[in-house]
Design a protein around this ligand. Structure first.
Ligand code: AMP
Ligand code: MG
Length: 319
């Protein structure tokens, strides 16, 4: 299959409306989409990514008010979250409406829904004939794509089209809150922080976000994620880290590395926002350079720092 690369949202939507699968930019990471009214196209997403069939996709809507076309029984907490964070980097899990086929939700009665804020994404979704089911546009288990070139690297020849945009502003996947049960519950950390969620919904359950419990609340949580080919080593600030066994190593963090001269590649981030934005691209660059170990300094456990720590911990567990 030839993969068309375009900067026209209308052209990209044309491929999707014809039953194709199309990668597109968003403010979180790049997505790989199919129309929810095209179950056969939705299945192609799983094949292209090598994604386990029981890991559901997030449905993307162009406008907040479209939520009522894909979800039902939307409670007051969910309405409050929609008012504050749609459009934006928040996914809500709600009871699904009949318009969402089981291919999208992996057989669940609930569906994850997001309304992106990126202007190009909005234009693209506006040209699509139905809401767009999309996971991140990467090979399953690997770092998410935060640029169209990363998508091309992973998925060229496997998807119909890539809509070109700028690199993702946030660089980490959306925050996910499950509002389908009696009490709202955080399933994945992201740019909408725990502090912001608690300010709005004090009763939100935030404790279990990385659970391997059976059955997991969010099916995707049980699979390896975000891992580059290089080994990930997590370290605390100031910890001496380099091992004599590393033939080539890299460092990413907020401080300067304790053994700067030993690393082939270093990124020192000025803010946690910058750390989040460049993390997955840094992993990909390390793989391109043949780095064998990446030392990752854990950022403070607050704000988006929590989401960075979550992704780093899971990337480290992928080996
Ligand atoms: P990705 O967009 O690649 O990050 O994958 C979507 C994430 O959303 C996965 O971790 C899924 O498990 C999660 N997700 C999607 N739909 C649901 C749902 N109905 N219930 C719980 N988690 C969901
Ligand atoms: Mg993903």
């Amino acid at each position: 299959m030839q993969t068309i690369v375009t900067d026209s949202p209308e052209e990209a939507a044309g491929y999707l409306n014809a039953g194709g699968i199309v990668a597109f930019p968003t403010e979180t990471v790049y997505g790989l989409g199919a129309g929810i009214c095209r179950p056969e196209a939705v299945k192609k997403i799983f094949r292209a990514k090598g994604r386990p069939a029981d890991n559901p996709l997030i449905v993307h809507i162009p406008k907040p008010e479209d939520i009522d076309t894909v979800a039902r029984e939307i409670g007051e907490a969910a309405r409050e979250l929609i008012r504050h964070f749609f459009p934006g980097p928040l996914t809500l899990v709600l009871k699904k409406s009949f318009t969402v086929p089981s291919e999208v939700t992996a057989g669940l009665d609930t569906v994850g829904i997001r309304c992106p804020s990126n202007a190009v994404t909005k234009r693209f979704l506006g040209f699509c004939h139905c809401p767009v089911a999309a996971p991140s546009a990467n090979i399953s288990g690997r770092p998410s794509s935060t640029s169209w070139k990363a998508v091309l690297h992973d998925l060229e020849g496997k998807i119909d089209c890539i809509l070109k945009g700028t690199p993702s502003d946030i660089g980490l996947e959306s925050t996910i809150v499950d509002c389908s049960g009696a009490q709202p519950r955080l399933l994945r950390t992201g740019a909408v922080t725990i502090e912001e969620l608690q300010a709005l919904i004090p009763e939100i359950e935030t404790a279990v976000i990385c659970s391997n419990d059976e059955p997991p609340k969010s099916p995707g949580l049980k699979y390896p994620h975000y891992a580059p080919v290089a080994r990930i080593r997590l370290c605390a600030t100031g910890e001496p880290v380099v091992s004599a066994k590393d033939s080539s190593s890299a460092w990413i963090g907020m401080s300067s590395p304790p053994a700067a001269g030993r690393h082939a590649f270093i990124r020192q981030c000025g803010t946690t926002g910058e750390y989040a934005r460049i993390l997955f691209d840094f992993f990909r660059q390390c793989d391109a350079l043949g780095i064998d170990t990446i030392y990752c300094e854990l950022p403070p456990d607050e704000g988006i720092g929590r989401a960075i720590r979550d992704r780093l911990t899971r990337a480290a567990a992928g080996h």
